[in-house]
Design a binder for this molecule. Structure first.
Ligand SMILES: CC(C)(COP(=O)(O)OP(=O)(O)OC[C@H]1O[C@@H](n2cnc3c(N)ncnc32)[C@H](O)[C@@H]1OP(=O)(O)O)[C@@H](O)C(=O)NCCC(=O)NCCS
Length: 190
């Protein structure tokens, strides 16, 4: 999936939730969360998107474990080593924080000339804590990484997602992303 980075970074703010959508696969049904953690008229704490710090490792690992049902502490230690404090070389690990609590994260990287493509920004993962969804945090995280990509001179972002993950597909489509010019291929190696 790929598109020009034209929508993320600019939208949002009090958009009413569309009615009557089916529950999305790979995530929760579209109901407003019991704990909405982005700013609202109810005076909820503001959400800040910032570069991850070493102290965020446990929170990010826990959110991923809750979303995927699989704890991967060694994997996340490696991700923090590779992406933490690596913005200068085009690697970004951002977290969303509300009231001192990490409620989501996004990972991405600028990659040059892979697959014959001019430099572009890849989004590898995005997760928002299930209790904090549908309040704009995913949008803010994507906007944060798009800003970083833009600062690096990148004008296209790409991602790959499971065909079964209708929730993530709905999210990326809502941000303006569309099918791109590449197709994934794979085969089993026995
Ligand atoms: C996808 C995800 C990041 C969205 O985070 P979020 O904070 O809820 O997103 P936002 O509130 O910014 O929603 C932005 C838009 O996405 C779409 N969207 C989000 N959740 C949706 C849902 N459950 N059903 C349909 N559309 C949805 C909507 O268009 C929404 O805009 P709207 O509220 O104005 O209609 C979050 O649901 C998540 O972490 N899901 C699991 C991710 C995952 O599987 N990760 C592993 C692979 S990377």
């Amino acid at each position: 999936m790929g598109t020009r980075a034209r929508k993320a970074g600019g939208r949002r703010g009090g958009t009413p939730a569309p009615k009557g959508r089916p529950p999305a696969a790979g995530g929760r049904a579209r109901t407003r969360p019991a704990v909405a953690r982005s700013p609202s008229a109810a005076g909820e704490p503001p959400v800040a998107v910032r570069a991850a710090r070493p102290g965020d490792l446990a929170s990010v690992t826990a959110i991923d474990a809750e979303v995927t049902g699989l704890a991967k502490p060694a994997y996340w230690r490696g991700i923090f080593r590779r992406y933490g404090a690596s913005a200068k070389v085009g690697r970004h690990l951002l977290v969303a924080e509300a009231a001192g609590e990490v409620v989501g994260f996004i990972i991405g990287e600028v990659r040059d000339w892979e697959f014959g493509s001019p430099p572009c920004g890849w989004v590898f993962a995005i997760d928002v804590h299930p209790g904090a969804r549908l309040s704009g945090i995913g949008t803010k995280l994507l906007a944060g990484i798009v800003s970083a990509f833009r600062r690096a001179g990148v004008t296209t972002i790409r991602t790959i997602l499971s065909r079964e993950n209708a929730l993530v597909l709905s999210f990326f489509r809502s941000q303006g992303m569309m099918a791109g010019p590449f197709i994934p291929l794979e085969m089993e190696l026995d």
